[in-house]
Design a protein around this ligand. Structure first.
Ligand code: PMT
Length: 421
């Protein structure tokens, strides 16, 4: 797993060097990001030597000698996507304030906003700065947003004062890392089957019917599920995307191939998520040779494909099945219809005509409909964030399913015991 360690400017910055070694001993890959003021206390070279990775120091690396390029400018997005946990140690009052207020004026603060990974901050500062109402307010704000704060230790501080403000011990920080990552691996033990992308239905050897799906939504779900500990298989139609790390990819082309690939893996799966835009119709006959141009109009006879989602969800046997609904009108009504007609546990509906939603964009606007009547309407967010929210709902429904199954089993056992008396 990859941890991004943000080092900010305080006397305790030197302690982050030891933290790198301890994290590596726990088998984490560590990417260090330093703020400008951190470099006043310790050099990037120390961290590069310890971590074996280039240390990131600037939002636009090379900017100082006029060589900033697009690649460096979007690096924070790439690092954000690769990060399983953002740990900032030591965290100054300044970085806490920037995180709390959403100021993104350097690499670390921009990364914080761009990442969906869990965040831990380990503050270290002068006692009066720590006790200041502004810092305490920022800490409260960050905690409310789910950031884990490793409270500073009390003791003799570098400024000569005594009180809270000393960077927490390495063991305490490592315990927070393990506990946060454990909590975020809430799909451990689950086998998740995901479909993504379009399908292509051949008219002849050179022409086919397809749709605008890029696969981004399904791939984002696959990547997030793998990070949360699931064993993930991604059945994908043709896309330009790479299979995410830790995911088993299966490439298919047509709806029939996707159907066969899903059926072959359905039995071993505990959760199935169908984000693919599967063709509802295919040419009834695919010509063996390229069709010749003629003067007369021609008609293309289409036949319907199998509704893969409806077919597998008919007999779920304890599996949790999630469908998507790509709608252009009456989104809620159509999504609810699909929830019951396809016997899904959840339907993720998107209005594919809305700006920043649906096909081939990096964001989506979805509502998640569930059988228990809970509708979760989400604002526009990146597909990576949408993926996390879908998985949150899955975890919630799965926990309820498992509780019900446990209660049923208990009641059954009690009835058997009763009848044998
Ligand atoms: O790939 P992107 O560019 O990121 O775009 C994302 C998306 C718009 C494709 C995605 O968010 C989405 O909405 N996916 C479902 C597209 C779709 O086919 O929707 P539908 O309402 O037609 O189908 C409903 C459900 O049935 C879907 O889960 C679909 O996978 C499934 N289905 C449909 C037809 C079929 N023959 N078999 C199926 O299993």
């Amino acid at each position: 797993m990859r941890i991004t360690l943000g080092v900010t400017g305080g006397v305790a910055a030197y302690k982050a060097a030891e933290l790198v070694r301890r994290l590596q001993q726990d088998n984490f890959t560590v990417q260090v990001v330093m703020t400008r003021s951190a470099r006043e206390f310790i050099t990037p070279l120390t961290f590069a030597a310890l971590s074996g990775q280039k240390v990131i120091t600037d939002l636009f690396s090379g900017a100082e000698n006029g060589e900033a390029n697009l690649e460096s400018a979007i690096e924070h997005i790439a690092v954000a996507q690769r990060t399983d946990l953002l740990l900032v140690a030591p965290a100054t009052a300044d970085i806490l304030a920037k995180f709390a207020r959403g100021i993104a004026d350097d690499f670390l603060t921009t990364l914080y906003l761009a990442s969906t990974a869990p965040v831990i901050v380990a503050p270290a500062m002068n006692v009066n700065m720590w006790n200041h109402a502004a810092t305490q307010e920022n800490i409260r704000l960050l905690r409310d947003r789910g950031v884990t704060v490793v409270t500073p230790d009390e003791g003799y501080l570098a400024c000569g004062m005594i009180g809270p403000g000393r960077l927490a011990g390495q063991e305490e920080i490592l315990a927070a890392v393990r506990s946060v990552l454990h909590a975020h691996r809430d799909l451990q033990g689950e086998t998740v089957l995901i479909t993504a992308g379009p399908t292509c239905e051949d008219i002849d050897p050179v022409r086919y019917i397809t749709n605008r799906s890029s696969g981004k939504m399904g791939y984002a779900v696959a990547e997030a599920a793998a990070r949360r500990g699931a064993k993930v298989t991604l059945v994908s139609g043709p896309t330009a995307l790479e299979t995410p790390a830790g995911v088993t990819g299966i490439d298919v082309r047509t709806a029939a191939e996707m159907h066969a690939a899903v059926l072959a893996r359905f039995a071993q799966s505990s959760i199935v998520i169908m984000a693919a835009a599967v063709a509802d119709y295919r040419p009834a006959v695919s010509a063996g040779k390229k069709m010749k141009r003629g003067k007369e109009p021609i008609a293309l006879q289409l036949e319907s494909t199998t509704d893969i989602l409806a077919e597998v969800a008919r007999d779920k046997r304890g599996r949790l099945v999630v469908g998507f609904a790509a709608e252009t009108d009456n989104v809620a009504e159509n999504a609810r219809k699909k929830l019951s007609a396809k016997n899904a546990d959840l339907i993720v509906a998107n209005d594919v005509t809305a700006e920043g939603a649906g096909f081939d964009v990096d964001t989506n606007i979805v509502t998640i409909f569930s059988r228990d009547g809970r509708d979760v309407a989400l604002p526009k967010m990146t597909k990576a964030e949408v993926a996390q929210r879908i998985l949150d709902e899955i975890v919630r429904v799965r926990a309820a399913q498992q509780k019900n199954a446990g209660e049923l089993a208990e009641a059954f056992n009690a009835a058997i015991k009763e009848s044998s008396h």
